[in-house]
Every structure is written in structure tokens, then in C-alpha cells.
Design a protein around this ligand. Sequence first.
Ligand SMILES: Cc1cc2nc3c(=O)[nH]c(=O)nc-3n(C[C@H](O)[C@H](O)[C@H](O)COP(=O)(O)OP(=O)(O)OC[C@H]3O[C@@H](n4cnc5c(N)ncnc54)[C@H](O)[C@@H]3O)c2cc1C
Length: 549
Amino acid sequence: MTMTSTTDTATQAGGAPADLELDAVVLGAGVAGLYQLHQLREQGLRVRAYDRAADVGGTWYWNRYPGSRFDSEGYIYQYLFSEKLYKDWSWSEKFPGQPEIERWLHYVADTLDLRRDIQFSTTITGAHFDEERNRWIITTDRGETVEAQFFVSCAGMLSAPMENIFDGQDSFRGPIFHTSRWPKEPVELAGKRVGVIGIGATGIQVIQTIAAEVGHLTVFARTPQYVLPMKNPKYSESDQDWYKSRFAELRDTIPHTFTGFEYDFEHAWADCTPQRRQEILEEIYQDGSLKLWLAGFGEMFFVEEISEAVSEFVRGKMRDRLKDPRLIDILVPTDYGFGTHRVPLETNYLEVYHRENVELVGVRDNPIARITPEGIELADGTVHELDVIIMATGFDAGTGALTRIDIRGRDGRSLTEDWGRDIRTTMGLMVYGYPNLLTTAVPLAPSAALCNMTTCLQQQTEWITDAIVALRAEGKSVIEPTEHGEEAWVAHHEETAAATLVPRTHSWYLGSNVPGKPRRLLSYIGGVGTYRRKCDEEAAAGYPAFQRS
Ligand SMILES: Cc1cc2nc3c(=O)[nH]c(=O)nc-3n(C[C@H](O)[C@H](O)[C@H](O)COP(=O)(O)OP(=O)(O)OC[C@H]3O[C@@H](n4cnc5c(N)ncnc54)[C@H](O)[C@@H]3O)c2cc1C
């Protein structure tokens, strides 16, 4: 059943006809967009998803760089809304790589028959709210205009790459690849002089994967990272049966843990003797997952001495493997606590720096000045000659996907300008002044790396669906945050963040990687389970933080 009639040529505010009229436009066809499309369609809405990519997958379409893989266990990253969808897919290993993840999302799209309502290779360039008719007027780079009552953003927390950030990039004689724009065609690296800029989670995966293949690898390292070794066993059929048999347990527990992973904080530092603390740290470290970060000692996020003790434990592990004082100086963090930045998993990554064909260049004190035709020039004038440059330089996280679109809300207000001054949302689900714009994976909701994202994205898209359904059931057509509702959430977010050590650091978690970006902890850090409860309470109370008309 379709709730509103669809016409191919509705009339826009200015009188010009729109090419298509819909109940909802979903921006993005990644983990969130696919499920959002499915849900709204199931509710009888006329809905279409748009994606710049040529196929489904979002993150897992774009990030096809060598070594790209999960840091979440595959079996907890899956959707939990359908037991059949869950069990009919089998992972080959604990932390699968990008090709397998992309295949899984193809399986999801095919099983749910989603492709017929997705328009690929299309960038949404503008979205203006027509206040007279309560419709979003959405424009694309193909020159189309689409009208919709609801504009639902599933545009991704980490989907706006930091690409053109160095002077002289155009002058380089060889190819430059951003990791999240890696081509589908094979890239020949064998025997080449390759430079990798960045040693975050992505840089680490690239470096450990290509080191043995390239002729010479130069790694440009600015911010040292605490790393944890990944244990990635292959799965036999009985392993697959084992995790599938846990479906009901996982479905009932994962959404309520602190980070949406299957594990939660089990130990209290204060209750343990110093010896017991070391034993626990060692045990969890041996798990070979993100557990030491997301389910070790929760107090390390709040108490400096505990943060320092856990950090020192991880530093010790890294120093033991690196041995060389110069490598240790560049690669082992000392000025922020373990877990206050995104923690990457790795496989023999630190050992890469002992290879003869690998050179580590610290750029903390001698930064990259420019890219020249020959390679990369540092501030002191040193030039590293290269054939290929790989930019593992990350994303304009949380806001970039939307601020790169001309989004206009009430009174023509611009989201790019609003978020350029201050990054605010109401529960990460809506923004004051932008009626019927519903959002996933934007700031002030739990997200990237402080959350197993499928857990969070399922919850956010389900909340959005319920909010739309409830609105329509009551014969109303517009939902938007009240000024007070938004203020209260921002204040709660800030208070929660300020109680932790995370806002004292500098990383993309706080927008520090983007020049001029207002400083704010992007992810809500009160816990995935707590956030869910607050969202549920908001809905059950009749959406008091929102105005509905
Ligand atoms: C390398 C990498 C590894 C990761 N590993 C993990 C992990 O192990 N565990 C975890 O929980 N999370 C991980 N993440 C986070 C990951 O982004 C999420 O898990 C999840 O895939 C995000 O899904 P999404 O649907 O919100 O957004 P995305 O997957 O980013 O999809 C958004 C889509 O919107 C499209 N889009 C954006 N703007 C426009 C526009 N203007 N017009 C048209 N289309 C547009 C994009 O093309 C993209 O396809 C990782 C991220 C990266 C980059």
C-alpha cells in the first residue's frame, strides 16, 4: 500500500515541475540506508534511496584499499532484525575483509529486493525545505528534482574523505589514491616507491598489507596510535553454527551494552589488587579484539591515573615489539590516554618497520609542506621521491557528508553555516530548524568506533521509522526539534562528555583533523544502551523534545 499518491511531475514551489514526488528520500545505500529503505517501504511509503556510488555498500563500497577489513567481529556487525537474514549468511573468518563485507551487503540488498528503489551514481547536491508545502525539494547532479515529505540522511559518519589537503597535489607525476576512493581495478604497487600518509586505523591496514609487495615504502606518521593485535581465526562450519546458535542471545544483549559490541565492562579497577589488574589486562589483551578498549576497565575513561596505567600496559606491549628507540619515539603515544582516540587492530603491523624496504618518517615536528612532481616535501625541505602516494588521511567525520550538500531549512538557514558555527543536533536524530530532516550517524549520537555501527544504525533507523509512522498515524505531517529540546540534548551530551578524558584530546573524534571545524566530541559517550533507552523514552512520552504539527 502506498500512503501518498506518487506523481512523476509534481509542482515545486517556484512553479517548475519536480521529476518525482515521494514520501521519503533516503540519502545513502550503506548499512543504514539499506535498512532504512527496507523499513519505510514495508510501512507503505513511496521511498527511494540515492547514492553517489555505483552500487550498494557505503563504507564497504568505497573502502576497497589493500587490507581493508572489519575491526568489529563479522557476526556482531550483522543486522539483527531478521533471524533468517542473519543465519543465511556465513562469515569465513572472525574479522572479514572488505570483499566479503561488500558481498554480504549485496546479499542483503538482493534478499530484501532493495535495488529497484535505489538510484546509484547520483549525488544529492541540494535539499531545500519548502515551508509553504512542507516538502523537501531535493536536487541531484544529474539535474533531477525530487520532492519528498521526509528527507532521511544515511550519508555516513565516515564518508566525506579529506582528499585535497596538501599544496601541490595536482603537480605529482604519479597517481594519488585516497584510501576511501580506491579504484575497483587492480592497482600495481609491486616494485614501486610508495608513500603512505597517515597511521590511523586505515593507514595501519594498508601499511601492514602492502609492505612486502612494494619496492620501497615510506610511511609519513604524525599522530602515534595505541594498537592492539587482532586474532582472526578462520571459521569452520561448526564455528559458523556456533555463532548462529547465539542469535537470540546476541539480539537481546548487543543493543544494550555500552558500545553495541557483545562484550561489556566486567571489571572494576577499584575492586582489584594491582596483580589482579595486570592479569585481567593480559587476559583481555590476548582476546585479540577491541575488548581491551571497549570492555576492559571503564574507569580508564574517567580517571587519569587509571588511564595512565592501562596506557602504560599497552605502551609496554608496543615497545617490546618495536625495540628501536627511534621507532618507539614516533609510534608509541605518550600525550593522550589509551582509548581516547580510535583504537586500531593490527596484524604484524609494528614489525613492518623492521623491514629493510620500509622507512618511517615522523612528521609531527617536521610536517608535510607540499606535494611536488617528484614526491613529498617536508617543512625542512627534505623531499621523499615516490611513484605512488596513498592518502590514509581520514574523513570530515560526522558532519562532512551533509555540509557538502546545500541543505536549507526554515527561513533558508543553511546547515553548512549552522554547523560551521556550532555542531548541534537533537539526539543525533534531527536538527533544530530543519523539519522532517531525519538523520543517522551524525554528531551527538553514539557512533564510529565508540559503537559497533550496525547496532547503532539499526536503532537509529528504527526510531526514525517509528517517528514517521506515529506522525502519520496521528494525521500530522511535520516533526522538528523544539529549540529547548535541542538545547537540553546538547547540554546533556556536553555534560556526559566532560566527565570523561576524551574531550581533552585532539583527534577526529573532536573534529581536530579539519581546519576550522567547531570543537565538540562528535559521538555521544553515555553508552549505546543508555542512548537507546533515552530515545525509547522520548518516543513513549509522545516526543516532548519535538514539535509535531
Ligand atoms: C575503513 C573503515 C572501516 C570501518 N570499520 C568498522 C568496523 O569494523 N566496525 C564498525 O562498527 N564500523 C566501522 N566503520 C564505520 C562504518 O562507516 C560503519 O560501520 C557503517 O558502514 C556506516 O554505514 P552508513 O550507512 O551509516 O554510512 P556509509 O556506509 O558511509 O554510507 C553512506 C553512503 O552515502 C552516500 N552519500 C553521502 N553523501 C552523498 C550525497 N551527497 N549524494 C549521494 N550519496 C551520498 C555515500 O556514497 C555512501 O555510500 C568503518 C569505517 C571505515 C571508513
